[in-house]
Design a protein around this ligand. Sequence first.
Ligand code: AHR
Length: 498
Amino acid sequence: MKSRITIVKEFTIGDVDKNLFSSFIEHLGRAIYTGIYEPGHPTADEQGFRQDVIELAKSLNVSLIRYPGGNFLSNYNWKDGIGPKDDRPVRLDRAWHSIEPNKIGIDEFYDWTKKTGTEIMGAVNMGTGSISDAGDIIEYCNFPGGTYWSDLRIKNGHKEAYGIKYWCVGNEMDGTWQLGHMDALSYGRKANEAAKLMKFTDESIKTVICGSSTSSMKTYPEWDRIVLEETYDFMDYLSIHRYFENKGNDDDFLASWYNMDEFIKTSIATCDYVKALKRSNRTIFLSFDEWNVWYQNKKEPHPWETAPRILEEHYSLLDALTFGGMAITLLNHVDRVKIACLAQLINVIAPIFAEPKKGAYKQAIYFPFQDISLYGRGVSLKPVIKSDTKITDMYGELPAVIFASVYNEEENTVTVFALNTSKSEQSSTEINLWNFGKTQMFYWTELTGSDLSARNSLENQTAVYPQKRELVYSDDCNYQVILKAASWNVIRFKITED
Ligand code: AHR
């Protein structure tokens, strides 16, 4: 099989926003309790935060962390999570059939983000919450002082305002599973008033309005159109979510990138349609604030308890490859996708897995995310691609090898991300960089293996692990490489002379 990518410095898609490398932590399962927070754990710091988890999170180089939900958000009162811990109420988390002890709230989570070098992407409850609650949390977090809510933050130990810039106005409100679910018009009107109140409290914030929770929703994309029309003046981003499932056909699963690509294109078209209707100069960007593969562990029946073991997906090499394809799609849409949150970060459908009282390790999806987060920064270039194709049941004929490429002017590097989706055939691939003058390949790692079901565990943390490949030289910037069957590749070039 053959493929070719030609990369030209002038063919730009756009700057890669640092928020493309964001993630998500929800009060769900063991994400908070025994995930980031486990007093008594051998690595716990003075606040009860696990430092082994902090270190793994730091090395992913994450930007924003969406918090506190998710479905949890739509029945959560943020005021339960502030003040002396012993005075906080224990509540039913009805979204996930769990007991919420409220030992972690916005103040503690803010401290955790400081320790991990990340920033909070806040979220306000549009299910059971009021628009006034939404305004209050902005005042609590972002107002310097001298008012009821800002003074309460100071009394609770944080003199400096948090300056949280990005705020989700609700979560997946189109879903019948959502507590307080509404039709598009009702949500649009409420979200508009909430966003207005929030922006009248702090005009520097950016709001993210709920679009469709997945492209297979019956209401998609009409929901998005109505919500955009109702909220246009007070919104900055349209939120979309997508999780892919392996329904037994690996080739369809590996082609998830294509479905995601279509979803993004339709969402952009819907935003631009409403822009035209409104005769507006403002462009709405996308916040793809939940993306991942997720199909093994859904919400199973379980007793009411704190931190149940739910949604604990154990990711395989095949999952990581599919995930890599999604990452490529995101990089190829950076002109409109400005925020993307890997859902989630710890234990719950996550790249980091932490066992209570024991250690933590990297799941298979950790590696492609780390690759794009470390090397996907700069300007995304439009790859001109020629590839042999493969036929999928779900999407028909598609290129077998897909690519994204990023030029980093500061470092003078070009990075190519390549996924060979063929399970049986290697690809003889040409990487053409003629437009860059003289170049030198200095880095090539691949994630592959003979067993696509291989998974890491606490006992075996390297069953899925990137390997170095031998570098290839070229005098004329035309690199001939072999991409193994079912492999994720990161190939980096130094520009030595323009
Ligand atoms: O990330 C898990 C759940 O998936 C989130 O709570 C919800 O928003 C989505 O349906």
